[in-house]
Design a protein around this ligand. Structure first.
Ligand code: GLN
Ligand code: ZN
Length: 767
């Protein structure tokens, strides 16, 4: 029979239980035992949910306290020495690698001060993983200090009477996604594969001994453009991972097209292959050609990256094609990827318009969908379910909510001149210098200041109607004033209002734009304990009225320094929402560009003439493979940004900001922003700095990590700036942190920014 398989389930809990307990642990409010017990409870809940739904292949080891890639680094002993020397408990080593740790000495323990490892986007998603960081001195071995997570979690499920399939990131993807540590910059992580493989095999043997019959090994890099030298590693590597003493391997890829790497799969000694047909159905015929007579095919058909209901008729027809070719026993119907990227449960959405709600499926619903499609393919009677599904699909196709003729008319007016500033940067720069008279090494921040408990409490009260709009506005104004006064006090040059009124940088705009729906509990993990609640693009997008002018104008009224207007760019609004799947992303992005253009122009009219339009998601949206799709994307992404920002005068200074990805300066040139700030504090490679020195406009290379509570000293800032100045010109040099400060506390924010400004002043006296 055809079986249903889930590749991974969200681990955060339906009420963000994981975030709450983890943060409480970091604050010393709960013990490690309580933390671990909550993890165990969440895992049990997820396994039972899937079992009760009728899923045949349920994943384990998809849980993590921080990040599944980081878990592997801990397990394989890929732990830079700077984290091991303090004698921390394994879970604290894990958190120190993930988020840094700075702790004063106590009577019983020495002081700790380490920065976090680098964190980057997971393929084209908004999930961030912690980069495996290898040195010449890395010695792979199973680090059993905290048990053996995949084995322990497999047994934990087994004890509950639930057979699971452990999920592990494959060795080649693990290394390829990693990097060399700063002491070993000449090391190519892939060159260590032969040393890592025996440790993988040891792990697999332990899983087999525990009773696991099958494991899911993820090799998602097989949807990237891989050099021959990496492709050619697969045969040998996987040959070394099969045998009677290890479980069967199902090799999983997702998020893209494997066809350019098709050779890799031919004759690969694994028992099954999984592909993402939700994203690339066109690869079906070709991937069939690589299957041997015995291998099974896992048909990823329920989308793990979006929230639209699966069309049962289409999905069943697709899976049936596979059954026709391979027979029922060799086919799995599966989620396209892990469901990590979708919210947990649609049932907790109490405020959604029922018509629209009927179009959605969150992780819990997707599990049910998988069961129905599998039953259908197996010939069981699910007629009711099919009929209900067909009705929902039709309701969305025919709905008038999704189209707005006015927006479509305006879209047709977009041309090059609408998307081009009035003069080139070389002419804009002198007029801006004249207007703002900023010193060398101008200092600024990325926008948000600490979102304190007080802010969240007051926002909640306002949402629940417990305080009036006026009371809330007064509260926000007070927060803005505090942030402005603080920035003046420490001598920052270009100020921000601190974004206290924003729940989230995308949701805040989604809630004010027409064409969006939003959830009350649709949280998705972004990194560690940071979760986001992506809005959902359901129809054509437009801006009914001003969104940010009031707060910006108030902030500017308090100070003589320029205060930046702060907007989230079109591509980021789109990428960090769940996009429509019935209209191209280009169209959605340009619609957002037009809506934001109105806001930018209104800000300028109101006297806000430094305006930052954040595009942190621009890199993550880059299609995973080179080629036409990628060059088209770069064109429409840049065009959308320019549509938003080109209506202003030459002396209005447009800023933009990017973070948490390996950004190519060439990709951002076409945005033509006057100043960009980028996350940079973890970039050690001097070549990378060099690449940015050729960027024509002005840049602030982020000087400190905002994910970590750690405070860099003034001397540390000076040393870092000196290092960058070796290759990077002083006259383009802005001084800023890596990103916004919303997740930080005030204490560390004050100290870090004061030290940063002190360092900038130090250099002003030298140039
Ligand atoms: N302006 C936003 C902030 O400061 C930018 C956040 C981001 O890039 N992720 O929070
Ligand atoms: Zn950022």
């Amino acid at each position: 029979m055809v079986q249903s398989a889930v590749l991974g389930f969200p681990r955060i809990g339906g009420q963000r239980e994981l975030k709450k307990v983890t943060e409480a642990y970091w604050q010393g409010k709960v013990s490690v035992e309580e933390l671990l017990a909550k993890g165990k409870e969440l895992r049990a809940h997820n396994w039972k949910l899937q079992k009760d739904a009728g899923i045949d292949v349920i994943p384990s080891n998809d849980f993590s306290y921080y990040d599944q890639v980081l878990d592997l680094s801990l397990l394989f002993n890929v732990i830079p020495e700077r984290y091991t020397k303090f004698g921390l408990a394994p879970i604290d080593v894990l958190f120190a690698m993930g988020r840094g740790l700075q702790r004063k000495a106590t009577e019983t323990s020495a002081a700790v001060d380490v920065t976090a490892l680098e964190m980057v986007k997971w393929f084209d998603s908004n999930y961030h993983y912690v980069r495996p960081t290898l040195s010449h001195s890395t010695k792979f071995e199973l680090n059993t200090k905290a048990g053996i997570k995949p084995v322990d979690e497999y047994l934990e499920a087994k004890n509950l009477g639930i057979e699971t399939r452990p999920v592990i990131l494959g060795p080649i993807s693990y290394l390829y996604l990693g990097k060399a540590d700063k002491d070993s910059l000449d090391l190519d992580p892939i060159s260590t594969l032969d040393k890592l493989l025996p440790v993988y095999r040891e792990l697999l043997a332990k899983l087999k001994a525990a009773g696991a019959k099958q494991v899911q090994i993820d090799e998602p890099i097989l949807v990237l453009d891989l050099p021959e030298s990496v492709q050619s590693k697969y045969q040998g590597a996987y040959n070394s991972l099969v045998g009677d003493d290890v479980p069967e391997i199902v090799l999983a890829t997702y998020f893209g097209d494997v066809r350019p790497n098709l050779n890799v799969f031919k004759g690969l000694s694994v028992s099954g292959l999984h592909f993402d047909f939700a994203r690339v159905p066109e690869q079906f015929n070709e991937v069939l050609t690589v299957l041997s007579d015995k291998q099974s095919l896992s048909v990823g058909i329920v989308d793990g990256r979006n929230i639209w209901k699966t069309d049962f008729a289409k999905a069943s027809a697709f899976a049936s094609k596979a059954v026709e070719k391979l027979g029922k026993d060799r086919v799995f119907v599966a989620t396209s990827s892990s469901l990590l990227h979708t919210p947990v449960d649609l049932e907790s959405e109490t405020k959604l318009d029922p018509t629209i709600k009927d179009w959605f499926a969150f992780a819990t619903q997707k599990v049910d969908e998988l069961v129905v499609i599998t039953k259908n393919v197996n010939g069981e009677d699910v007629a009711d379910k099919l009929a209900a599904n067909a009705k929902s699909v039709k309701s969305r196709q025919e709905s008038s909510i999704t189209t707005n003729p006015k927006v479509q008319e305006r879209l047709a007016t977009i041309n090059e001149s609408l998307a081009t500033r009035k003069a080139p940067f070389s002419e804009r720069l002198p007029s801006q210098q004249e207007k703002y008279k900023l010193p060398l090494f101008p200092t600024t921040t990325i926008g948000s200041f600490p979102q304190t408990k007080d802010i969240r409490v007051n926002r909640n009260k306002f949402v629940k109607g417990q305080i009036s709009a006026k009371e809330y506005e007064d509260f926000i104004n007070k927060e803005i004033e505090t942030v402005i006064r603080f920035q003046e006090e420490i001598g920052l040059d270009v100020l921000v209002h601190g974004e206290p009124e924003r729940n989230d940088m995308v949701q805040y705009f989604g809630e004010q734009l027409d064409g969006f729906a939003f959830t009350v509990n649709g949280w998705v993990q972004s990194y560690g304990s940071r979760y986001v609640r992506p809005p959902i693009v359901v129809g054509d997008v437009s801006r009914p009225k001003e969104m940010t002018v009031k707060e910006s104008v108030y902030a500017q009224s308090l100070t003589k320094n320029p205060v930046k207007g702060m907007l989230t760019g079109p591509v980021t609004c789109l990428r960090w929402s769940f996009p429509r799947d019935d209209v191209s992303q280009k169209i959605q992005s340009l619609q957002l560009g037009l809506a934001l253009r109105d806001e930018v122009n209104d800000l300028e009219k109101a006297g806000i003439t430094v305006i930052q339009v954040d595009e942190p998601a621009i890199r993550e949206g880059l299609p995973l493979r080179a080629g036409k799709e990628r060059s088209d994307y770069l064109n429409w992404a840049a065009q959308s940004f320019r549509v938003a920002t080109s209506g202003v005068k030459n002396d209005t200074q447009i800023h933009s900001h990017f973070c948490y990805s390996d950004l190519d300066p060439n990709h951002i040139k076409a945005l033509d922003a006057d100043v960009v700030s980028i996350e940079f504090s973890k970039k050690d490679d001097p070549h990378y700095i060099q690449e940015f020195s050729n960027y024509p406009n002005h840049i602030g290379l982020g000087l400190f990590d905002i994910h970590s509570p750690r405070i860099p000293s003034k001397e540390e800032f000076i040393a870092r700036i000196e290092e960058i100045l070796k290759v990077y010109p002083a006259n383009k040099f802005w001084v800023n942190p890596d990103c916004g400060l919303k997740t930080r506390g005030w204490e560390e924010t004050k100290a870090s920014l004061t030290n940063m400004v002190g360092a900038a002043k130090h250099f002003r006296t030298k140039y």
